[in-house]
Design a protein around this ligand. Structure first.
Ligand code: ATP
Ligand code: MG
Length: 552
């Protein structure tokens, strides 16, 4: 029988994520269980137990207090996926401070604006990142009191080396008496549709992190689990730190970026049981072909899930062929803090559908009507909305109260995404409200067109937008990248357009297809359609702080 994990209440009704993620397990005799199996870029392999993490995070919290950092203060993490990132996150929560993880690859400006918005008091980073991206403007952020430097090398002026500080600090640090509604984390959204927003999450969110990890990802005590996301976006924290530790799994942390053989080898060697990844990575695997997977043994895998972008039906079918089981798509947002809609373990997967709401979540498809909302019947497309109230719901957009309030109408939280619910209660993603294409009276979601395009053997990825047209209002235009072995040509364009017309019909098929080496994506791997469109129309590009690839 599997052990059921329940969150223990403290006598004084306080609640602290670090206590529940670490101390509780240690107190119950699991201190020697590996919490993090860390794989270094250079081949290093380090096991960090629950006991180690409790000790290290206590020392980190002591370091904060030794430098007069108080409960409620704001701590930013800016480094790769090194053990210190996880120690900082948990130590910050233990100290009752608020943690904000940033992508280490951000340039100086995105770092600075986010630290300004989040009134950073502490920055934890490496010497190299500090020198290249922070030193020049550090003094312009008056709230910043402490910069802790991870790793070896010379410590820049005005900074403190974390390693020796941890060694010297006390390992006795009781988790701070945070209340359920005290802020714990700030996450910036991916910036796919515009300027990133800072979503505030509270300690009580852990209730949902714990339960949704079990419900949607099948996490159990001692499960070997790998979430490939970086904590710089919400998946890498909610399901790459908190949910797995709350559920006492052993989680893999890979410092390196995507590398097909490394990934396949990691699953085989470490006997990964549950794997949580994203469509952008899955499409890269598909691009390499099923043959690349044949030498590997994936029999340890019990459950595979995907999030972040729509998972094309083709990708679901491909994964069944290659891994003997589908990737299970699930849907949520930085704002929701946790998985809302999912293809749960044991559910029949309909390729292309996001699944059904998790226990405790009520989702609906709604339409605005004179200041109120009307729920739409099954089969109709409208905005995906949720009944507010689950514990991991954001409590604010930092310094953007009006924008936050606008998300709540008539007893619903509005997601900004369009979707449809079918007769069996499955939800189908149509597109972001901003990305919808209106052509000759039809409403077209880019996802449908992109999914049809990547069914063509030559197409690896597709980004679809609407461009203004005098007669049709808008026409569909596609940007695509090619699979190895294919060359861009007029003949290929005709062939792909023919395929699209056959599957989608002439009204929906792209009028024009452009071949690209890469598509513009966010650092979390999302195709930035708004950027394709702005460039197409010669409009300002807007906030591109999260842009990753940018080659035409
Ligand atoms: P921003 O809000 O700054 O524009 P973002 O919405 O991409 O960026 P995130 O919170 O990281 O920031 O992403 C959530 C969004 O990602 C969802 O609203 C949805 O559009 C998309 N998404 C996530 N999971 C899925 C999924 N399974 N299927 C389709 N879309 C998804
Ligand atoms: Mg969003």
């Amino acid at each position: 029988m599997s052990e059921e994990i329940t969150l223990a209440k403290t006598a004084d009704d306080t609640i602290n994520i670090a206590r529940q993620a670490l101390d509780r397990h240690v107190a119950e005799g699991h201190g020697a269980q590996v919490a993090i199996l860390w794989l270094g870029k250079d081949g290093a392999r380090r096991e960090i137990t629950y006991g180690d993490l409790k000790d290290l995070s206590s020392r980190f919290a002591s370091v904060l207090r030794d430098h007069d950092i108080e409960q409620g203060d704001s701590v930013f993490g800016l480094m790769g996926r090194v053990p210190e990132l996880y120690v900082s996150a948990l130590g910050t929560l233990r100290a009752g401070c608020v943690f904000t993880p940033l992508f280490s690859a951000f340039g100086p400006e995105p770092i600075r604006t986010r630290m300004e918005i989040g009134s950073a008091n502490v920055l934890v980073t490496t010497a190299s990142i500090y020198r290249r991206k922070v030193a020049a403007w550090r003094d312009d952020i008056p709230s910043l009191k402490l910069a802790l430097i991870v790793g070896d090398g010379e410590v820049p002026d005005g900074c403190v080396a974390l390693g020796p500080a941890l060694e010297a600090a006390s390992d006795a640090f009781e988790p701070a008496s945070t209340g359920p509604e005290d802020p714990a984390l700030i996450h910036f959204t991916s910036g796919t549709t515009g300027k990133p927003k800072g979503a505030v999450h509270v300690h009580n969110a852990m209730m949902y992190h714990a339960s949704s990890g079990r419900d949607a990802l099948d996490l159990k005590p001692s499960t070997i689990y790998w979430c490939t996301a970086d904590p710089g976006w919400v998946t890498g924290t909610s399901y790459g730190i908190l949910s797995p530790l709350l559920n006492r799994v052993t989680m893999i942390v890979d410092e390196a970026e995507f590398d097909l053989d490394r990934w396949y080898d990691t699953i085989q060697r470490e006997k990964v049981e549950v794997w949580y990844s994203a469509p952008t990575a899955i499409r890269m695997m598909m691009r390499a072909g099923a043959e690349a997977a044949t030498p590997y043994d994936f029999s340890s895998l019990r459950f595979m899930a995907s999030v972040g972008e729509p998972l094309n039906p083709e990708a679901v079918i491909w994964s069944e062929k290659v891994f003997g089981q589908p990737f299970h798509d699930n849907w949520w947002q930085t704002e929701t803090g946790g998985i809302m809609i999912a293809n749960r373990p044991g559910m029949e997967v309909k390729p292309g559908s996001m699944g059904k709401p998790l226990p405790g979540i009520t989702a609906g498809i709604v339409e605005r009507e004179d200041g109120t909302l009307k729920e739409l019947p099954e089969g109709e497309i409208g905005e995906l909305a949720l009944r507010p109230g689950w514990p991991s719901m954001m409590r604010a957009y930092l310094h953007e109260e009006a924008r936050y309030q606008k998300c709540f109408v008539d007893g619903w939280y509005l997601s900004g995404d369009l979707a449809m619910r079918d007769a069996d209660g499955y939800f189908w993603f149509v597109g972001r409200a901003d990305d919808l294409i209106k052509t000759s009276g039809h409403l077209i979601g880019p996802f449908e067109v992109e999914s049809a395009l990547i069914e063509h053997e030559a197409i690896a990825e597709a980004g679809v937008i609407g461009i203004p047209d005098e007669t049709a209002g808008e026409v569909v235009k596609a940007y695509v990248t090619l699979n190895p072995g294919f060359e861009a040509s007029d003949a290929l364009e005709r062939d792909v357009r023919g395929h699209a017309r056959k599957t989608l019909g002439p009204a929906v098929a792209p009028r024009e297809i452009v071949f690209r080496k890469t598509l513009p994506k966010t650092r979390s791997g999302k195709i930035m359609r708004r950027l394709l469109k702005a460039r197409e129309l010669g409009l300002p590009e807007g906030d591109i702080s999260t842009l990753e690839t940018d080659e035409t």
